[in-house]
Ligand binder design. Structure first.
Ligand code: SAH
Ligand code: SF4
Ligand code: F3S
Length: 445
C-alpha cells in the first residue's frame, strides 16, 4: 500500500538520557524532508522509532516489552492492509544489533547513534523492498554535518557538542554504545545555537556524555564564552560533567559568565575510595570534595547535582556509609541514584562480591532519604527570595505559567501565557520536593 508522502506519520518514543532527546528531535528533522510528520501515538504512525537506552537492565528490557506491543499493533494493521515500519535506534541498537531482530522479528530497522543521518536511506530501501519508493538523497557523511537545520521552536533547547566516552568506568556501557570521545567544531555549534535562538530558544543546554571533556578549540569554557555573546540567548547550561575534566577555566566561567546558570551536574557515584577505584573513576572522594569547594568558592550559590550507584560489587557497609557521608557533606540540590545493574560486557559484571538485590534496594532507600532531605532543604531555602524564572510553558492549572529557576528548579505561578519565553522575577512563596510556587513580579502596565 502506498502512503502519499504528505501523509506519512512518525512516532518516536525516547528512553534514556538527554542526548537521546536531542537525537530524537534530530531524527524527526532528518525524516521531515521525506514527508514524515509527528503522530500522537504508535497507532497513528507509519513509522515507529524507539530511541533506546542500554544503561541499566531495566531500561533495556523495557524496550523489548514495548516492541512486543508494537508487534501486535503491526499485525493488526497488516490485517487491515496498512503498513507500519518499526525501527530501533539508540544504545540498545548499538549494543545488541542484529540480536534485536532475532528476538523480535517485527523490527524492520536497527540503527545505532552514529548512523542516524542514514535513516532516510535505510527507510527508502525498506519501502522499496515493500514496493514503495522514497526519494532520499542524503549522503552518508558524518552524523552532525549531514543533519538538516533545526526546526525546534522551543524556549529551551538541547545542543549536543560532544559525544562518546573514553573513561571506561567499570560499570558502564556508554563507551561501548556511544564510542570514543568526539567533539564538534565550535563554528558548527555556534551556527546551530544561532539557528535555535532565531527560532525562539532563550536557553540552550550543551550536551555531552562527558561535556566538560569537550576538546574543540578553547575547550568547553571557551565555547560557553563564545555562545554567551549570541544576542537573545539568556541562559546556558551544560551536562554531564566528569570530575576529572572540571578545569579551572570552566570553574572560572561560572564566576564570570552571566548567562551560565549556577547549576552543575557532577556525578560522583560513590564516596568510598576503595569503590571509586574499583569503578575506575580516576578520582578519590577527597579529590571530589576539594573540587566542590573550589567550585563553590567561584560561585557560592551554585546548585550541585550528582549521580550515585548503590550496591556496586564489593561495596561493604562502611563503603556505603562513606557515600552517605559524602552526600551529606556536599548537600546536593538534586541527585539521581540507582541500584547497581550488571551490564554484559563491562568489567564490573564479572567482579566478585556482587551484592544481593535486597541489600542494594535497602542501601538505595537509605541513600535516597539523605538526598531527598538535602533537596528539600535547598528548595526550602529559596522561600522568600526573588528568583529570575525563564517561563517556558503553560502551568498545570488555568492561568498559570511554569518555568525554571537558575538552579533548574521547576517554578510555577499565576501569569499570562504571553510571558512564555521571558525571564520574569518570581517571589518564591512555597517549596515542595520537586517544585516551587511563587508570585510573578510583573511591572505595572
Ligand atoms: N557520563 C555521565 C553519566 C552517564 S550514565 C557520567 O560519567 O557521569 C548516567 C548514570 O547512570 C551514571 O552517572 C551512573 O550513575 C548510572 N549508571 C551507569 N551505569 C550503571 C549501572 N551499570 N548500574 C547502575 N547505574 C549505572
Ligand atoms: Fe559511563 Fe563513566 Fe563514561 Fe560516564 S564517564 S559515560 S559513567 S564510562
Ligand atoms: Fe542510555 Fe545511551 Fe544515554 S545508554 S543514558 S541512552 S548514552
Amino acid at each position: 500500500m502506498n502512503v502519499p508522502a504528505s501523509e506519512r506519520r512518525l512516532y518516536i518514543k525516547t528512553y534514556g538520557c538527554q542526548m537521546n532527546v536531542y537525537d530524537s528531535e534530530r531524527l524527526a528533522d532528518t525524516l521531515r524532508p521525506l514527508g514524515y510528520r509527528l503522530a500522537e501515538d504508535p497507532a497513528g504512525a507509519d513509522l515507529v522509532v524507539l530511541n533506546t537506552c542500554h544503561i541499566r537492565e531495566k531500561a533495556a528490557e523495557k524496550v523489548y516489552s514495548e516492541l512486543g506491543q508494537l508487534a501486535r499493533l503491526k499485525a493488526q494493521k497488516a490485517a487491515a492492509g496498512e503498513a507500519m515500519l518499526v525501527a530501533v535506534a539508540g544504545c540498545v541498537a548499538q549494543a545488541e544489533g542484529a540480536e534485536i531482530v532475532a528476538r523480535q522479528p517485527a523490527v524492520d530497522l536497527v540503527v545505532g547513534p552514529q548512523a542516524y543521518h542514514r535513516l532516510p536511506e535505510l527507510i527508502a530501501r525498506t519501502h522499496r523492498a515493500a514496493g514503495e519508493r522514497l526519494a532520499a538523497d542524503f549522503a552518508p557523511e558524518e552524523k552532525f554535518d549531514s543533519l538538516p537545520e533545526r526546526t525546534s521552536s522551543a524556549v529551551t533547547a538541547f545542543l549536543t557538542v560532544q559525544e562518546g566516552c573514553d573513561k571506561f568506568c567499570s560499570f558502564c556501557v556508554v563507551p561501548y554504545t556511544r564510542g570514543s570521545e568526539f567533539s564538534r567544531a565550535p563554528a558548527a555549534i555556534e551556527a546551530e545555537a544561532r539557528a535555535l535562538v532565531a527560532r525562539g530558544a532563550r536557553e540552550i543546554t550543551l550536551l555531552g556524555q562527558n561535556v566538560n571533556a569537550y576538546a574543540g578549540e578553547g575547550g568547553l569554557a571557551g565555547l560557553i564564552r563564545r555562545l554567551a555573546k549570541i544576542p537573545g540567548l539568556a541562559r546556558l547550561r551544560y551536562t554531564t560533567s566528569h570530575p576529572r575534566d572540571m578545569t579551572d577555566e570552566l570553574i572560572g566561567a561560572h564566576a564570570e559568565v552571566e548567562a551560565l546558570m549556577p547549576y552543575l551536574h557532577l556525578p560522583v557515584q560513590a564516596g568510598s575510595d576503595r569503590v571509586l577505584k574499583a569503578m575506575n573513576r580516576g578520582h578519590t572522594a577527597g579529590d571530589y570534595l576539594r573540587l566542590v569547594e573550589k567550585i563553590r568558592r567561584a560561585r557560592p550559590d551554585i546548585a550541585l547535582s550528582g549521580d550515585f550507584i548503590a550496591g556496586f560489587p564489593g561495596e561493604r557497609e562502611a563503603d556505603f556509609e562513606a557515600t552517605l557521608d559524602l552526600a551529606r557533606e556536599v548537600a546536593y540540590a538534586s541527585a539521581f541514584s540507582f541500584k547497581y545493574s550488571r551490564r554484559p560486557g563491562t568489567p564490573a559484571a564479572q567482579a566478585p562480591g556482587q551484592i544481593p538485590e535486597a541489600l542494594k534496594a535497602e542501601r538505595l532507600a537509605r541513600l535516597q532519604a539523605v538526598l531527598e532531605e538535602s533537596q528539600a532543604a535547598f528548595n526550602a531555602a529559596q522561600v522568600g527570595r526573588v528568583l529570575p524564572v525563564l517561563i517556558d510553558k503553560p502551568g498545570r492549572d488555568a492561568g498559570q505559567v511554569a518555568g525554571r529557576s537558575p538552579y533548574l528548579q521547576a517554578v510555577h505561578g499565576q501569569g499570562p501565557q504571553s510571558l512564555i519565553g521571558q525571564v520574569v522575577p518570581v517571589r518564591i512563596a512555597s517549596a515542595g520536593r520537586n517544585s516551587l510556587a511563587g508570585a510573578l513580579q510583573l511591572a505595572p502596565a
